[in-house]
Write a protein of this length. Structure first.
Length: 261
């Protein structure tokens, strides 16, 4: 059901957003009625989910097949120590319920395969890719292109992070595969379990993913469509690269788009 009126508690809770001319009551309504799909509830998904819940996103769907381990706690701030052994999605749902009980959280304890993503991407207003798996990233991207759902992609490893937004509703927007083609396998793909990761880095990138999602939903500002931002957290240096849609892309260049909603 669409929320059309903010009650007194909501007016107080979200007052600092409402005071922003660029957001105000109208955009806060959009937040309350929005559905954000977050794939991966680890280092990136943790801060992203917490900021989106705090901002009043009406529905968050969390997808992850992992359980909380002691090694996660150094950076995955969504999960407290007493959640070790629980599924990440249930741990995340419990934390978000304490943070903002008004938010509806769907906890999907499953790998993000094509069948699952076809179902949930089509229901979402925007998708956050917070995974660390190259194959999964491409499955998410294909579903977002097919259903014309904006995608915010983040990544972090060691001291290096990156973020961009892809919006298949925009004819000029590239997709993830335009930058990282599906026909080029990354055999040297590594994970933070073997290479390590600087804890605040995932907080920075994850928070930026939340910011991108909110601005896309509110339709304010200038998103990262057409730009890839890369952070070297060792020296706190940002580099921005302009990226364009590739006409020969095997995903957005040939896939027939379907209407969303």
């Amino acid at each position: 059901m669409i929320n059309s009126i903010l009650n007194d508690d909501q007016l107080l809770r979200y007052s600092r957003h409402i005071l922003l001319d660029e957001i105000g009551i109208e955009a806060q309504h959009r937040f309350l009625n929005a559905h954000v799909l977050i794939v991966g509830v680890g280092g990136l998904g943790s801060p992203a989910a917490m900021y989106l819940a705090a901002a009043g996103i009406g529905t968050l769907t969390l997808v992850d097949a992992d359980t909380v381990e002691l090694t996660n706690l150094q950076r995955q701030i969504l999960h407290p120590s007493d959640s070790i052994g629980q599924t990440k999605v249930e741990s995340g749902r419990a934390t978000l319920a304490h943070l903002n009980p008004e938010v509806c959280v769907n906890a999907i304890n499953s790998h993000a395969d094509d069948t699952l993503l076809q179902k949930w991407v089509s229901r979402a207003h925007i998708v956050l890719d917070c995974t660390d798996n190259y194959i999964t990233r491409h499955i998410i991207n294909r579903a977002c292109v097919q259903h014309r759902v904006p995608l915010v992609s983040g990544a972090a490893l060691r001291f290096d992070g990156q973020i961009s937004t892809f919006d298949a509703r925009d004819p000029a927007s590239p997709c993830y595969a335009c930058i990282f083609p599906t026909d080029r396998l990354f055999f040297n793909e590594v994970a933070c379990s073997t290479m390590g990761i600087f804890s605040p880095l995932v907080g920075i990138i994850g928070a930026m993913q939340a910011a991108e999602a909110l601005r896309v939903i509110a339709e304010v500002g200038c998103t990262l469509v057409g730009r890839l931002m890369m952070l070297d957290a060792m020296i706190m240096h940002w580099q921005t690269i302009r990226i364009g849609r590739q006409a020969d892309c095997l995903v957005c260049g040939s896939m027939r788009l379907v209407s969303h909603f």
